[in-house]
Design a protein around this ligand. Structure first.
Ligand code: THU
Length: 150
């Protein structure tokens, strides 16, 4: 379990990433921060598209960046925050939690790294952060282990 300092750092990085979300259609910004075994933090923000269904979630962007750096097996935790963009600011006090597709993407890192990735869900402005494990948010997951890859 992450200590309070690290937890706060991850949420801060996710909040900062959310300010760079490309979300002109939903006006809902999401930021994600992936913590690696050596303390490296990889950030991502949602990346929408005029063809709405092509939009990428923040968690997926952050994990694809992590994979591109050759570090998918090193993921320890991911922090995620999000909220409506109002007056150029990301707002809201309710923690958000990863969508179903993102849970599946997080599970890929979890199984490849043989680690039950910790998922911290925060809000744009509030203090409440909920903590989950990948196996809680996606029980009985299908993943690389089923294909003999992990
Ligand atoms: N979104 C994420 O980035 N992550 C999630 O887990 C849920 C939703 C994004 C997708 C879209 O750009 C916006 O939030 C509204 O759904």
């Amino acid at each position: 379990m992450l200590d309070d300092d690290l937890k706060a750092r991850l949420i801060d990085v996710a909040r900062d990433a959310a300010t760079r979300a490309y979300a002109p259609y939903s006006n809902f910004a999401v930021g994600a921060a992936v913590l690696l075994t050596d303390g490296t933090i990889v950030a991502g923000a949602n990346f929408e598209n005029a063809s709405y269904g092509l939009s990428l979630c923040a968690e997926t962007v952050a994990l694809a960046t992590t994979s591109s750096a050759g570090r998918l097996a090193d993921v320890v935790a991911i922090g995620v925050i999000g909220g409506a963009i109002r007056g150029g600011k990301v707002t809201g006090n309710e923690p958000i939690s990863p969508c179903g597709r993102c849970r599946q993407v997080i599970n890929e890192a979890a199984q490849i790294g043989h680690r039950d990735v910790e998922i911290l869900c925060g809000s744009a402005e509030g203090d409440l952060v909920t903590r989950h494990l990948c196996s809680d948010l996606l029980p009985h997951a299908f993943g690389p282990a089923d294909l003999g890859v992990a």
